[in-house]
Design a protein around this ligand. Structure first.
Ligand code: GLA
Length: 729
């Protein structure tokens, strides 16, 4: 049993593989945080609390001047009774306007397995894989109970947390803030650096590291989606922690809307890490008897730096987040027509791309934007999910059938959450978009956002999509989302519930995804939001892969994929070979480099395969054949990042099989150097005692030499040169 309750000390020891998370009920009934980090056996840890009378830290109980919530380490802090740091929950009682809340221990249960979270995606576990502790805190005067859920996993150093708020009193309560997790680190183990993944369209998930300073550091989204700008993730890294050493604590939110991820430090070395729905523009009316469920936070401890953190997240998400048929099935090698044709295509052009793909080993053809309504550019037709007969007179079914006959599966692009002002749907239902009264509507890419907080709107989109998925042999759906939310208001919600709109939008999106993925379990869904704009675990629970970025330039992709891999497994990262000069950057890179960089994700092509030169065509066939051989390893293996493109002129990483008998190593030398120094690349994760043969070459190295001396990298002549090795014991 990975959860132990020590009755004598009223403490909970949550033992997830390779880590302990400990909390304790204080004599006053408050739930305190004791410790999170390397494993500790159940024992008396009362000494972790060294109470001291501190001026300006008031005392809820005047008979004990040493006790203040301001200096306590708490599991779910509140505002109003002496803690001045950031609370996990804020409420207003409608009957008297009071904001006071005082949560104390009421009861707890420990059960095998992991309960589902109503209306929200969450990680899954069987009864043998995990146990769940629920600690109920209550404020009886206010009439509120909060269930704190902690799931502890036997095989991975992961704790998931979420909070369920219950209104058990007679009055309506307005929730203003309900975070998913709050951790008050003990100063001896707290991190000293704040790590986050931030960027912009086409520059997603740059790895940012800054020292902690007094006050609050945070990243957040106010865009209605998790966004390109910030990922719902942060880590605290201990001083000196690096890629492969040192303690790192990760927080990731299984949520696709507005979030906040923050760390607050004070002059007494208190470090409070928090993650949850962004309280900005959030509100929720909780009537008597109702509950509110927070999204799930995934907390990972790594004693092996960021690399260990990533491997733990990757293993955990591959096993416990990704679900359905595509969890373990090889992901198809695809060709997408977007950069090949944009809106300018007809059936003949598409079939030609698919036919050439079939000859070269491609397994899936994806028809991107422009097949529906009257859409020849981005000004019309979102919301009208019916074939454009001028472009595809035979219809979708006919096109899909012809493509299937070539031995290639058929996939289709949708942008379900959007509506063009120039669409039949908008003309029929002008109030179906997010809007605020008669105020003017901000457009993004000429489009408005459908009000997915409304069940009738979601139902309409479900009907349109399900109709196509039922009648056309579709194996794959690319689900795009090409703008962020503005004028966040709903015609269906009363005035005092307008602040619920953004969260209800996300719930509507999840409801639609749940329905479609359950009804069409064979279909592989790939998420996209102008590239990697909503790359988060909430989406990955439904869509096992995600178009990592609209930037398909191989060199830009080194940083984007490196940053993404801090949290998300390679199997989730859509990565395609595109033409040169690259359409986003104008850069010219060798075809081989483009292939080897795209290999490090769910692989495909985004170009006109029919227009390839004979050499590139031959190289494409070689790449696809090789990818199919190493695909299981790349999709399921352990990732070791060896060289960071953020820090050097090189990129290198390797993927090692679970039995350590096989590895694929990729190295990219970005700019050429005259008279270059001989590079050796020390590998990781191999078996020191095994001999590894480089496939396709007559060379063998022992694991110990590869890890200590390193693999000799051939000198690069020219810019953007990659080398890839496939090693087999
Ligand atoms: C977004 C996507 C692209 C492509 C276009 C189509 O930008 O990220 O991959 O699908 O939309 O309009």
């Amino acid at each position: 049993m990975p959860i132990h309750y020590l009755e004598a000390h009223r403490s909970f020891f949550l033992q997830s593989a390779g880590s302990s998370y400990i909390c304790q009920i204080l004599p006053q009934g408050y739930l305190a945080h004791v410790y999170w980090g390397a494993p500790l056996q159940p024992q008396n840890l009362d000494f972790a609390f060294q109470w001291r009378d501190r001026p300006f830290s008031p005392n809820p109980d005047n008979s004990n001047r040493a006790f203040s919530l301001d200096t306590a380490r708490l599991e779910y802090p509140v505002y109003g009774n002496s803690d001045y740091r950031s609370p996990a929950i804020s409420v207003v009682r409608s009957s008297d306007g009071s904001r006071q809340i005082d949560l104390r221990y009421k009861s707890h249960t420990i059960v095998p397995g992991k309960p589902a979270l109503a209306g929200l995606p969450a990680t899954l576990a069987s009864d043998s894989q995990a146990d769940t502790l629920t600690i109920t805190l209550a404020d009886e005067e206010l009439g509120i109970e909060v269930d704190l859920l902690y799931t502890v996993f036997a095989e991975v150093p992961v704790i998931t947390r979420s909070a369920l708020v219950r209104n058990v009193g007679p009055a309506t309560i307005d929730l203003e803030r309900v975070l998913s997790a709050s951790v008050d680190f003990i100063p001896s183990v707290a991190g000293s650096h704040f790590v986050h993944l931030s960027g912009a369209w086409s520059r997603e998930r740059s790895v940012e590291v800054s020292p902690l300073r007094l006050g609050t550091q945070s990243v957040e989204s106010r865009r209605g989606t998790s966004s390109h700008q910030h990922n719902p993730f942060f880590a605290l890294a201990q001083h000196g922690a690096d890629e492969e050493c040192g303690n790192v604590y990760g927080f990731n939110l299984v949520y696709s809307g507005n979030f906040v991820a923050s760390v607050e430090t004070d002059a007494h070395d208190s470090v409070r890490g928090q993650i949850g729905i962004n309280p900005f523009d959030f509100g929720w009316k909780l009537e008597a008897g109702e509950t509110f469920q927070s999204p799930e936070a995934v907390l990972v401890f790594s004693p092996e730096g960021l690399g260990g953190l990533s491997r733990a997240y990757h293993r955990f998400y591959r096993e416990h987040l990704i679900r359905g048929k595509w969890k373990h099935e090889p992901r198809p090698v695809l060709v997408n027509n977007w950069e090949a044709t944009y809106f300018d295509f007809d059936a003949e052009k598409l079939e030609k791309i698919a036919a050439t793909g079939a000859e070269l080993g491609v397994e899936l053809f994806v028809l991107d934007d422009g097949w529906f309504g009257k859409r020849n550019d981005d000004t019309t037709s979102l919301g009208d999910w019916k074939i454009d007969p001028r472009k595809l007179p035979g219809g979708l079914e006919d096109l899909a059938r012809r493509i299937n006959e070539k031995g290639v599966a058929f996939g289709l692009w949708f942008e379900p959450e959007m509506i063009s002002p120039d669409s039949d749907l908008y003309r029929a239902h002008p109030d179906w978009c997010l809007h605020v009264g008669d105020r003017p509507l901000s457009q993004g890419r000429n489009q408005l956002v459908l009000d997915f907080s409304r069940a009738d709107v979601v139902e309409n989109i479900y009907d349109q999509m399900a109709q196509i998925l039922r009648t056309v042999p579709i194996s794959y759906v690319k689900w795009d989302m090409n703008r962020h939310l503005t004028e966040i208001g709903s015609a269906k919600l009363p005035a005092d519930r307008q602040k619920e709109t953004a969260h209800r939008y996300v719930l509507g999106l999840y409801a639609l995804l749940e329905r479609l993925t359950s009804e069409f379990p064979e279909v592989l869904f790939e998420g996209c939001s102008g590239g990697g704009g909503r790359f988060d675990p909430g989406i990955l629970a439904y869509m096992p892969q995600y178009w990592t970025s609209d930037n398909s330039d191989a060199i830009a992709r080194l940083s984007i994929q490196y940053g993404t891999s801090i949290v998300y497994p390679m199997s989730t990262m859509g990565a395609h070979v595109s033409v040169v000069p690259n359409h986003q950057l104008g850069r010219v890179t060798p075809f081989r480099t483009r292939g080897e960089v795209a290999f490090t994700g769910a692989f495909g092509y985004e170009l006109d395969l029919g227009a390839l030169s004979p050499e590139d065509r031959e190289e494409t066939a070689r790449q696809i054949a090789l990818y199919k051989e190493v695909r299981p390893l790349l999709m399921q293996g352990d990732l070791y990042r060896l060289r960071s493109p953020f820090r050097s002129n090189e990129f290198a990483w390797m993927v090692v099989s679970a039995d350590r008998r096989e590895a694929v190593v990729t190295h990219v030398n970005v700019l050429a150097q005259a008279n270059p120094t001989q590079l050796f690349l020390p590998l990781r994760g191999l078996d020191a005692a095994l001999e590894y043969k480089v496939q396709g070459a007559d060379v063998t190295y022992r694991g110990d030499a590869l890890m200590q001396l390193g693999l000799p990298v051939p000198p690069a002549f020219g810019d953007f040169i990659s080398t890839q090795w496939w090693l087999k014991a």
